[in-house]
Write a protein that binds this ligand. Structure first.
Ligand code: ARG
Length: 735
């Protein structure tokens, strides 16, 4: 989800010190053998290190997929490229295929044959080919004498070279990822498939049961899954969508366990967690609480209010804005919860204690004083300046406007290729056709009155919240030319811009000319905002350099200070494994939360007056008839369960795997008490919320009747297949 891009801009990439808790940590698959394997084995793991991660033989990592460059995770569950991920990870695609006539969001979608599977241009599925530690290659050429700016530039140069060399004469893509705040660098090489088709999705009343009310909470009764299939060219290589493409044959796929789960069972989560800031300083925590989180919450609040009103009034708008709304509501609730839990857990104080210990350790030695003496002061000063000057808030407001609010800015900005073509006079038709494709997608989910309201209100928040010297100059223009009347300016912008309606755009594209597009008011506004961000970057360059350096040294120092601790890098959209157990928790004094839920809870929560809790008739029927087949536990149908695995945004859709390497669930959320987990891992409070794989299969089989999909999978069963509701079944269950 978009949440990732917000976070990484403002918090330096830091890392986390692992305590003795096995549950804590998102570990690099490459280092599992060296760092974690013995402990994993002690906890019950039955696989060999080679079965987990190998670059020579097929291993578990070959069944793990990164979706869309890191927004979500997924896993292969059949020899024919079938993928499981979350409903909320496929939501955009389900929504894109939906219309008032075919409302797959409400009704669900099931391809009953391969021909019915729906293509999703732009969607990608990446497999990890290998990881390599390239720290020496990157840092050996970097001298400590150069400025942070030079250092960053030089590192970018070296990284690009490494990425290029790693993929030369292959069809792979590569990324060098910064670990431990810039103390280490790892090369990740991927094979990325571009034909990923939608195969099945339950209705939102199953896949998002509980909606925003239950989101980020436990207990859960959500069947949060979607099914895709990867297709490739007949030679097995990635290809764009084509009828000639064939289902991808994976190197490994996960068998699925029907054996069920129980408390204290070993569980691993494999996926691509997006961003954590586990070692954010106390100053950073204070900054998040006072500035960063309130700004996000305020803007999201406004956007949700505007969208909700229009969505409630019109079914078409409801479908058009469903995915955007869910994304913003998700971020809004996350930051609300994060602030709450940072306060409740007194994270500021625990960070301050660590910094104090660090200072004492530094001061005990002259050489340390020389290297690390200014680290804590530099971090503190950075946040003081950030609070005073509001550089980060200005950039954050722009990003929220750009990503969530004023969609016309990004749409206008995407005409860059067209502008270049018009300038050079070359490939104009091609550029026009390409832009038409972008436009079709854009206008499908576009309601002009909603867009105008969103942009107007965000401009008001921006002009009030961002210091005038950091504002985009378009604001002062509005203040003079439109006497500060934002409504009037927005009326002007949308009435004049070629990007505001399909009609205006099409008539422009019929006869495109440089002059019209270059003076378009939407493009002008976008350019003005981008210029302001570039200006802020210049103004804050010194501070940004200082915090990067201080953070890097802080991490380096901490690793020296605690040589016996196992450290792992912050999440950064690279493949990780976290391991732990299935476990319950006590969210508050005298309150106990069990580790699993059953279908019974769906009925308990049912509320026909509340759209988050409407239960589909067919699901009720399955429940009432106890038609659970081989997926249930007698007359009970398991639904979700908790583990203490360490996850974050981007982990959504991750496989939850048992000691034998079999799929037992799909991770889909964190719990409310643990929602501060991006900054601190509290072993007593942080839980990973998973949908039991048996419920997923029940929905595919009994609800959708898509048994052909079940037939593709390898189910591991320790009980015989029996007809539901028979004496025989009861007997087996009670054995
Ligand atoms: N909290 C979930 C995550 O970030 C997303 C849940 C989406 N559902 C919703 N009702 N907004 O992975």
């Amino acid at each position: 989800m978009k949440l990732k891009s917000l976070v990484c801009l403002f918090f330096p990439l830091l890392m986390f010190v692992s305590s003795a808790n096995a549950d804590e940590g998102m570990w690099l698959p490459l280092l599992l053998n060296k760092m974690n394997y013995a402990e994993m084995q002690k906890m019950g793991l039955k696989l060999t290190p080679e079965q987990l991660y190998s670059i020579n033989n097929s291993s578990l990592k070959d069944a793990i997929v990164m979706l869309d460059g890191g927004s979500c995770s997924a896993e292969v569950v059949s020899p024919e490229g079938l993928l499981f991920t979350n409903h909320h990870c496929g939501y955009d695609n389900i929504q894109e295929h939906s219309s008032v006539e075919h409302d797959y969001l409400t009704d669900g979608f099931w391809a009953m044959s391969r021909e019915e599977e729906l293509s999703n241009p732009g969607k990608t599925a990446s497999f990890l080919i290998r990881i390599e530690d390239v720290t020496a290659k990157v840092l050996d050429e970097i001298s400590n004498e150069i400025s942070e700016k030079e250092r960053t530039e030089k590192i970018h140069e070296i990284i690009s070279k490494i990425e290029k060399e790693a993929t030369e004469e292959t069809h792979y893509n590569a990324r060098v990822s910064t670990m431990f705040g810039g103390n280490e660098y790892y090369l990740y090489v991927y094979e990325t498939f571009r034909d990923v088709r939608l195969v099945g999705a339950p209705p939102s009343s199953i896949g998002d049961y509980g909606g925003d009310t239950d989101n980020w909470m436990w207990p859960r009764h959500t069947g949060d899954f979607t099914i895709f299939r990867i297709y490739c060219a007949p030679d097995g290589k990635p290809a764009d969508y084509s009828e000639k493409n064939i289902p991808y044959k994976p190197k490994h796929f996960l068998p699925i366990s029907l054996k069920g789960v129980k408390k204290d069972d070993f569980a691993m989560v494999w996926g691509n967690p997006g961003n954590t800031d586990r070692y954010l300083s106390s100053f950073g925590v204070e900054y998040a609480l006072n500035y960063f989180n309130p700004a996000i919450i305020k803007i999201c609040n406004k956007l949700l209010e505007i969208m909700k009103e229009d969505m409630d009034a019109d079914k078409k708008v409801r479908i058009q804005y469903a995915s955007k709304y869910a994304g913003i509501a998700n971020v809004w609730k996350l930051y609300l919860g994060q602030s709450k839990s940072l306060k409740k857990l007194d994270v500021y104080n625990s960070k301050a204690i660590l910094e104090n210990n660090f200072t004492n350790w530094v001061n005990a030695d002259e050489a340390r004083k020389k290297e690390y003496g200014s680290v804590i002061d530099d971090i503190s000063e950075y946040y003081k300046i950030s609070s005073d000057k509001k550089y980060n808030i200005a950039t954050l407001c722009f990003r929220l406007i750009y990503i969530f609010g004023a969609e016309i800015l990004d749409f206008a900005n995407q005409s860059n290729d067209l502008i270049s073509a018009l300038k050079s006079g070359e490939n104009i038709n091609e550029a026009v056709e390409k832009y038409k494709e972008i436009a079709n997608k854009y206008f499908k989910d576009y309601n002009l009155p909603t867009e105008k309201k969103k942009f107007t209100e965000l401009l008001k928040i921006y002009s009030e919240g961002v210091p005038s010297d950091l504002q985009a100059d378009i604001i002062s223009e509005i203040k003079t030319k439109y006497k500060g009347n934002f409504e009037k300016y927005i009326e002007y912008l949308y009435s004049k811009s070629i990007f505001s309606t399909p009609e205006k755009l099409n008539s422009f594209l019929d006869k495109p000319n440089l002059k019209t597009i270059e003076k378009d008011p939407a493009l002008k506004a976008a350019t003005s905002f981008f210029n302001s961000v570039a200006n802020i970057e210049n103004l804050s360059e010194k501070e940004n350099g200082k915090i990067r350096r201080a953070s890097r040294l802080f991490i380096k120092g901490l690793r020296e200070m605690m040589p016996n601790k196992k450290f792992y890098p912050n999440a950064n959209s690279t493949m990780r494994c976290s391991y732990g157990t299935i476990v319950d928790y006590y969210p508050a004094d005298a309150v106990y939360y069990d580790w699993h839920t059953y279908m019974k809870g769906i009925i308990e929560k049912e509320d026909p007056e509340n759209e988050d809790f409407i239960v589909p008739e067919k699901l009720k029927e399955i429940y009432l008839k106890k038609d659970f087949g081989r997926y249930g536990e007698g007359d009970k149908m398991p639904l979700c369960f908790l583990t203490n695995n360490d996850i974050t945004g981007g982990s959504s859709g991750s496989s939850v795997i048992n000691a034998n390497g079999e799929l037992i669930g799909i991770a889909f959320d964190s719990n409310w008490e643990g929602v501060g987990g991006d900054i601190i891992f509290d072993p007593d409070m942080q839980r990973c919320v998973n949908v039991d794989i048996r419920y997923v299969l029940l929905i595919i089989d009994k609800y959708a009747g898509a048994t052909h999909l079940i037939d593709e999978m390898t189910l591991i069963n320790n009980k015989p297949v029996v007809k539901p509701d028979t004496e025989e079944q009861k007997e087996i269950i009670t054995q």
